[in-house]
Design a protein. Structure first.
Length: 994
DNA sequence: ACACCGTAC
């Protein structure tokens, strides 16, 4: 190959240029003229030579091909003949300004004392500066021109691609699609054959690298498979080649050929690499599918999967790293590595974070708090704790790394334990609710952020930790936000503890500001390019637009090249979209390839969720209709297209009314980028945003409202109070919650008896803080001691914490599901007792899965409920509440519920709606409740949610006199005495003293 | 006439 590419030359030249400029700036230049001047000239000469090598562009640079030194001399001669002629050059504004400054500077010096030589030197300096500025302008212009050119190329490529699509559409109309596909496939086949022959000829007698050999083998395999299929299989629909290489015809062949040659030599040209990587990824994919299809399906699959996975990692590395030395060395290292573990170690070195190991350790050494910014896949979560361990930080205590999700904590811990070649739960462990997989030996501990928060309660200085890393901090969960405040606090009196805040966002300055200007350490990520498309005009109906877009992609893009992911807002919307898609694809029949529709949302039963992870059948395409669950919580392989309508359903809590509202709101820019990124996980992807670019740049917020500002804080306030933080209004939150919400929480805790009038924790409050539940539920459990029904109450508490996912109600079987649910309401009981019945009946069947299935109950939620119940049982014993059962006395249970929920009372009105007592407001019983038709006079409810109406959910009937009996500090007799009268109670009289 | 996500010693 010839000299460095033009890009490289230019970059080098610019770099030198900057150094020169830096060196010459300021007064230094004048103080060390003798030193500086010759150096300048030499460096300039190098720059110039380099620019000359870059011949195409050099012509655009004024004077670029003329030797600087010669020019200088000429210009000086001219100047010395005509020293006052200063206006022959037309500089930019900044140039002129700089010149003026310079002149002023030289005027400051007394003119008469200046020797001729000094003036000469000064002039050279000035000329130098001018020339440099001019060159800078030139390079900017050059860059702009390049950009323009590449844009033009892009347009051209797009035009060609569109022309092809038109072709395809025409083919669809005129010829039968089958015929068209067949033809195209044959053409493809010929192309592959040519390609293989070409390469074989080219590489004849050359010793090939292993990768190259494999590549050739793949190509042959592909050829065989395709040939076989085109001979045997008449159903072309099931399989055809992707469009990717039709677009550029012969030119592209050349490119591919060139790339094949340069592959291990020239890695600078990103586009070529992408093109190749895409093709290779496709080939790998196809071969894998072909081999999988003929192999046994149930076993050995994991091995095959691993094999492919590694190959994919390999090709990712080539994209990121490239370069002849590194690659071959790696190749050697890999082929030498025999055991799986050695391979893991080799993989570790290929992660983007690896080159930063030393500087990272240095930074951690020098600073107590460090903000780490790195894209997903940079290896920060798995590698950094290991580096710190290797550097000896674990001698003083554990390294804790928090994750917002349980699965993440578990899987990362498993991966790291493999890499370190230790058993999971020994040196490397994880801690999540219900599962503590650590021991005394544990030095690296992955845990959920909520879990670390709980650990704070038992160990307020976290002395067993030497390093705490808060991962995925940009997600700003309630727990991470609290951890920020607490960690910042302990960092002050524990100078030995190190804090790492890791985030994927570019908004790291905010984190840095919060942690007293902590330094930001950036690790470049590894990612495939994602092409982003906006709509031209705003779309009125995003659901319809999403469906149309999905079908467009399905028809226009080659089948088998990647699946589609659509972000919708909720279960109902997903079900609607599913039906419409089914209808439309059914209407098209066999004209288009098969479209597999996979819904996914958190409340979908596990068996149905699994469908989304199954491999897409050959020749078909999967379209995944997902809620926000696909944004962060789960990753689906094979997604190439993302459709983003730009909306999300979010929960907002209004502390004034105590009402939660589920609102569909536009997403944030951060969210939009996260969604787009889901398409570029395993190869180049495309994202279709169903809103305009203007909307994105001008109407979307940068980040979503952090959870702490839109949630009920009762639990948070109780936890913090039990940590001894009593002044919550001045607590150092990164984004403080509205003070109204804090006050509301304090008010509630006071009413529940958890705090005294000085805001201090009471005995009851201390007990309540032990429970990982809402304070109202905790109070209910604490009160059960008095009513002797703790056994039932902890079941109800456990069931209420999973309330929304107990009953499964699919759209097409709503009637069946509703009938099944009625069985639990026999005896006209409230929702609380119905939940108790569900649990007890399930327990009687010995926790049968079949029983759940028969009764439209979610097994997953029930299991979770059982776990929570077991945990509560343990805590109940510890806080010395007697565990007794009193199943006969339902009134005791209702009274117990009232002890926690007296503030959530509502009274029936004449027209069938309810009016909440404390903050007068019209509410309705949620249609899912068993009491929505019975309409009892007085009820307590678990929660108040605004969806389409103000609904109260999980309702039980109570007697009004209980309110006064149980909460005399909250209700007076006159609040409930108008029991018999039909008159509406006046709002004025009901407000009570606190 | 109806439900986003995730999490808690």
């Amino acid at each position: 190959m010839d000299v460095p590419s033009s890009n490289e030359t230019r970059a080098f030249a610019e770099e030198i240029f900057q150094k020169v400029e830096h060196k010459s700036s300021g007064s230094n230049l004048y103080r060390h003229q003798e030193e500086a001047a010759p150096m300048l000239t030499r460096k300039q000469r190098i720059t110039c030579t380099l620019l000359e090598a870059d011949d195409d562009d050099a012509k655009d640079v004024p004077g670029g091909s003329v030797s600087v030194v010669d020019k200088d001399v000429k210009r000086f001669r001219k100047r010395s003949e005509n020293p006052d002629d200063d206006d022959d050059d037309e500089g930019s504004g900044s140039l002129k300004q700089e010149r003026r400054v310079k002149q002023k500077y030289s005027h400051d010096k007394p003119d008469d004392s200046e020797s001729e030589e000094e003036r000469f030197r000064d002039q050279i300096e000035r000329e130098d500066l001018e020339r440099r500025l001019r060159e800078k302008d030139a390079s900017r212009i050059r860059k702009l021109t390049e950009q323009k050119l590449s844009k033009r190329d892009e347009k051209e490529a797009m035009r060609r691609a569109n022309a092809l699509k038109d072709d395809e559409i025409r083919a669809l109309r005129n010829v039968s699609r089958q015929e068209y596909l067949k033809k195209r496939e044959q053409k493809k086949l010929e192309e592959i054959k040519d390609d293989i022959e070409d390469e074989e000829y080219l590489f004849e007698g050359v010793k090939l690298t292993e990768a190259k050999q494999r590549e050739l083998r793949y190509k042959k395999q592909v050829y065989e498979v395709v040939k076989k299929r085109s001979q045997v299989d008449d159903n072309v629909n099931e399989y055809h080649m992707p469009d990717g290489y039709d677009e550029e015809g012969g030119v592209n062949q050349e490119k591919r050929f060139a790339v094949a040659l340069e592959r291990y030599i020239d890695s600078k040209d990103g586009d070529k690499m992408n093109l190749f990587a895409e093709q290779e990824a496709w080939e790998d994919h196809q071969i894998n599918k072909a081999t999988l299809k003929f192999g046994s399906k149930n076993k050995k699959q994991s091995d095959d999967y691993n094999f492919v996975f590694e190959d994919q990692i390999e090709f990712i590395q080539e994209q990121v790293m490239g370069g002849v030395d590194v690659d071959e060395e790696e190749e050697r290292e890999r082929s030498i590595a025999k055991s799986a573990h050695e391979k893991l170690l080799a993989d570790r070195k290929t992660l983007p974070v690896y080159p930063y190991r030393e500087s990272l350790l240095k930074a951690v050494e020098d600073h107590q708090v460090l903000i780490i910014v790195g894209e997903t896949g940079s290896g920060k979560t798995t590698q950094i704790p290991q580096y710190l361990h290797e550097a000896g930080y674990t001698k003083r205590g554990m390294i804790g790394c928090t994750q917002p999700r349980r699965v993440a904590a578990m899987s990362v811990a498993a991966r790291v334990s493999q890499e370190m070649n230790v058993k999971l739960g020994h040196e490397v462990g994880y801690a999540i609710r219900f599962e503590d997989c650590t021991c005394e030996k544990t030095v690296i501990k992955y845990l959920t952020d909520g879990m670390l928060l709980r650990e704070f309660l038992g160990e307020p200085d976290l002395k067993s930790y030497s390093v705490v890393m808060v991962d995925e901090a940009h997600e700003r969960t309630l727990s991470t936000d609290l951890l920020f405040g607490l960690l910042k606090q302990i960092a002050r009196f524990r100078p030995d503890i190190k804090l790492l805040i890791s985030s994927a966002t570019l908004d790291a300055e905010k984190f840095s500001d919060y942690f007293d200007c902590a330094p930001i350490f950036r690790i470049p990520g590894r990612r495939f390019p994602v092409e982003i498309n906006y709509t031209k005009v705003p779309e009125a109906d995003y659901l319809d637009a999403a469906i149309v877009t999905a079908l467009q992609i399905h028809v226009n893009e080659p089948a088998g090249d990647g699946d589609i992911l659509v972000f919708l807002t909720g279960q109902e919307e997903i079900e609607t979209a599913q039906e419409i898609l089914k209808q439309r694809t059914h209407g098209l029949g066999s004209k288009i390839p098969e479209l597999v529709i996979c819904p996914i949302y958190a409340n979908l039963p596990t068996e149905l969720q699994a469908k989304v992870f199954e491999a897409t059948p050959q020749g078909a395409r999967k379209v995944v209709l997902a809620t926000n669950i696909a944004e962060t919580s789960l990753t689906i392989d094979g997604i190439k297209y993302v459709i983003d309508p730009g909306f999300v359903k979010m929960n907002f809590y209004d502390p004034r009314t105590g009402m939660e509202s589920l609102k569909i709101i536009p997403i944030s820019k951060a969210s939009a980028n996260q969604r787009a990124g889901r398409s570029g996980r395993t190869g180049p992807g495309k994202c279709f945003r169903l809103y305009t670019a203007y909307t994105y740049y001008n109407e979307l917020d940068d980040n979503s409202v952090p959870e702490i500002q839109r949630t009920n804080l009762a639990n948070v306030v109780l936890s913090l109070t039990s940590l001894g933080i009593d002044d919550l209004l001045t607590f150092d939150f990164m984004d403080p919650p509205p003070s109204e919400a804090v006050l509301k929480a304090l008010e509630l805790l006071f009413a529940l008896g958890a705090l005294n009038k000085y805001g201090e924790l009471t005995k009851v409050g201390r007990k309540m803080a032990e429970f990982p539940l809402d304070p109202m539920l905790s109070k209910m459990i604490v009160a059960s001691d008095k009513y002797k029904c703790s056994d039932e109450i902890i079941t109800i508490a456990a069931m209420l914490s999973i309330e929304n996912s107990v009953f499964y109600r699919p759209k097409n079987k709503q009637v069946h599901a509703d009938n099944a649910r009625l069985n639990f309401y026999t005896g006209n009981v409230g929702d609380h007792v119905a939940l108790l019945n569900v649990y007890n009946l399930w327990k009687e069947t010995n926790f049968s899965a079949q029983w759940c299935y028969d009764n439209y109950i979610q097994l997953r939620s029930m299991k979770q409920g059982r776990d929570i119940r077991d945990q509560l049982k343990g805590i109940v014993e510890r806080v010395e509440i007697e565990l007794v059962s009193n199943s006969g006395d339902l009134d005791a249970i209702y009274k117990c519920i009232t002890s926690g929920y007296f503030s959530h009372s509502a009274k029936l009105q004449k027209n069938g709606c309810y009016r909440s007592v404390k903050h007068p407001q019209t509410v309705y019983i949620h249609p899912s409740s068993g009491l929505c038709e019975a309409l009892p006079r007085w009820v307590v409810y678990h929660e108040l949610v605004l969806t389409t109406k103000e609904y109260v959910r999980q309702v039980s009937e109570i007697k009004p006199e209980w309110l006064v009996e149980i909460a005399p500090h909250y209700y007076e007799l006159k609040d409930v005495e108008d029991l018999g009268s039909k008159k509406l109670p006046r709002g004025k009289g009901r407000a009570s003293k606190l």
